[in-house]
Design a protein around this ligand. Structure first.
Ligand SMILES: Cc1cc2nc3c(=O)[nH]c(=O)nc-3n(C[C@H](O)[C@H](O)[C@H](O)COP(=O)(O)OP(=O)(O)OC[C@H]3O[C@@H](n4cnc5c(N)ncnc54)[C@H](O)[C@@H]3O)c2cc1C
Length: 519
């Protein structure tokens, strides 16, 4: 293999030969699907302390109206069995009892639905690929579910400007496949790519594995069309990279989790597909070394650095044990995945190998491997991207997604281990270290209120103390919203409430989500 030979030339003979198992064909089909069944998840209205809002209940007359405007039987689902999946979130922590699932095809239909629901005071939850991890895309009580799954047309790919215009229900992986043939990629990517929709990605301001290079969606989204709660179509579509005409209203719909409007069209700036890509997996003895790897990667790989992820040994062992994936490096306390990509294959590989050589010589890392063909690269990425799936197999998952300054980044995981002791089955940390984004997964056999009380609000107080964020990239949804005060000021909270009141005075759009009832 090229990597081993390259290292051998440099006499770094302690790198071991790898045994690659070809896992890539299974990766995409499993990655974004919840491995368990939905039907025994407790109703959110029972599990959580929450009151139903003063909304109307959908009647047969309402359903007949929806059938009329959607003019297709398969676009209005009322069958209880079929609705279970749409009522339950990916993590299986929130389950509602929405009585009807609507699948419009275009903006006009969405507008008619919203106008009708607003007049009737019916609550609506927008739903994309349903891979959200904070219970934002499913009903809490009996909200009407509006799915964008049939709004999945690509409207335009401008190959000169490098822009994409599409409907919100396009699946990320399908967009990526189509764009790749024109040598473009989307400026973001995430493990749920096989199911998540671009509309859901914007609504959650999804981060993911390319953020370290391309920045957040607030920078790369060029235009949004959204339908407001009363059915008004707000056209903020543009494919211009520069547009300073007044307030940038499209930004309101990026990260607002369907509480301000339903995104019905998206324009986004594309990135050029890199010609070369290499991935290294590195073993480290301690977290100080992980930080050194990241800061050296920024310095030495510079514009070639396209991802920097880490996971601890607990997380790696869950992936190995539950998913039977092979960890190609020696057992270590921490693992760092570094991806380098760019226009020159020669430079990409050389830069990554030089970088690793320096780290080994300076004893920052124990060992590392380099994957430089697409099968190996997918296998290495699978170790990182299937973490959540591995944790789901371990039991009920309390999942946290936080931003913290790197100087205290991992301390919280150690701290939680000593606080929770044997109450938790496993406590592991991993995430996008390049973005200062830590995921903490705590598992137990089944949902455990006592354990939850031992974790929350303790974990959020910890984050607040270090001026971090209680939600780095997944949003607040239903399960995190009450902790907003640990990351946002009261004035910011009141301003958000004011915007919500202005755009959705009856509060019918995704109630019980994002903004807490009280500060
Ligand atoms: C295996 C796995 C890996 C993941 N990795 C990452 C990651 O690296 N980074 C990351 O940020 N997230 C990650 N996630 C979380 C999730 O994939 C993202 O939040 C994703 O953006 C959700 O998209 P979706 O289409 O599934 O939206 P849904 O889950 O259906 O909805 C999410 C929210 O958006 C709203 N919404 C959906 N569509 C619209 C629309 N058209 N208009 C208005 N509101 C809408 C919903 O009401 C809900 O509040 C991961 C999830 C899984 C399961």
């Amino acid at each position: 293999m090229a990597n081993v030979q390259a290292f051998a030339k440099r006499s770094l003979y302690y790198l071991k030969q790898l045994q690659w198992r070809c896992l890539s064909s299974t990766v995409l089909s499993h990655m974004s699907k919840s491995p368990l069944l939905f039907d025994n998840v407790e109703l959110a209205s029972n599990r959580y302390d929450i009151q139903r809002g003063n909304f109307a209940k959908a009647t047969q007359q309402d359903i007949n109206y929806f059938k009329d405007i959607l003019s297709s039987q398969s676009a209005v689902i009322t069958d209880a069995e079929e609705l279970i999946g749409s009522n339950t979130d990916w993590l299986q922590v929130v389950r509602g009892s929405g009585p009807v699932l609507l699948k419009p095809e275009n903006t006009e239909q969405v507008s008619k639905i919203m106008q009708y629901c607003n007049n009737r005071n019916l609550a609506v939850v927008p739903q994309g690929g349903k891979t959200g991890l904070v219970g934002g895309g499913v009903p809490v009580f009996d909200e009407i579910i509006l799915s964008t799954s049939r709004m999945n047309n690509v409207i335009d790919v401008d190959k000169i400007s490098g822009t994409l215009v599409c409907q919100p229900g396009c699946i990320l992986q399908e967009l990526e496949d189509r764009l790749n043939s024109d040598n473009f990629i989307l400026p973001y990517d995430l493990g749920a790519r096989g199911s998540c929709h671009i509309g859901g990605n914007l609504s959650t301001n999804a981060g993911g594995i390319r953020l370290v290079r391309y920045g957040s969606l607030h920078g790369s989204v060029l235009g949004v069309e959204a339908v407001l709660a009363d059915g008004t179509v707000l056209d903020c579509m543009s494919t211009c990279r520069k547009d300073n005409t007044g307030y940038d209203l499209k930004q309101l719909f990026i990260g607002s989790e369907g509480t301000l409007g339903i995104i019905t069209k998206v324009a986004i700036a594309l990135a050029q597909k890199p010609r070369a890509q290499c991935v290294a997996l590195i073993g480290c003895n301690n977290f100080e070394n992980v930080k050194q790897v990241f800061s050296s990667a920024r310095k030495d790989l510079c514009e070639y650095l396209s991802a920097c992820e880490f996971m601890d040994s607990k997380i790696m062992s869950l992936v190995e044990n539950h998913l039977k994936l092979t960890n190609p490096v020696q057992t270590s306390s921490f693992y760092v995945l570094i991806e380098a990509s760019g226009s020159s294959e020669q430079y990409c590989k050389t830069a990554l190998l030089d970088f690793l050589e320096t780290l080994i010589e300076s004893k920052v890392i124990k060992e590392g491997i380099v994957a430089d063909n697409s099968v190996q690269i997918k296998d290495v990425w699978a170790l990182r991207e299937r973490v959540l799936e591995a944790c789901q197999h371990d039991g009920y998952v309390f999942k946290y997604d936080v931003s913290l300054p790197l100087r205290v980044f991992y301390n919280i995981v150690d701290d939680l281990r000593s606080r929770l002791g044997s109450q938790a089955k496993s406590i592991g940390g991993y995430g996008h270290i390049g973005d200062g984004n830590l995921h903490i997964n705590i598992t137990c056999e089944e949902y455990n209120k006592q354990l939850e009380k031992a974790i929350e609000p303790y974990i959020f107080e910890w984050i607040g103390k270090y001026k971090g964020s209680v939600s780095a990239e997944h949003g607040m949804g239903f399960i995190k919203r009450k902790y907003m005060n640990y990351s946002k000021s009261e004035a910011a909270y009141n301003t958000m409430k004011g915007i919500k009141q202005l755009l959705d005075p009856k509060g019918i759009l995704n109630p019980y989500k994002t903004i807490p009832d009280q500060y």
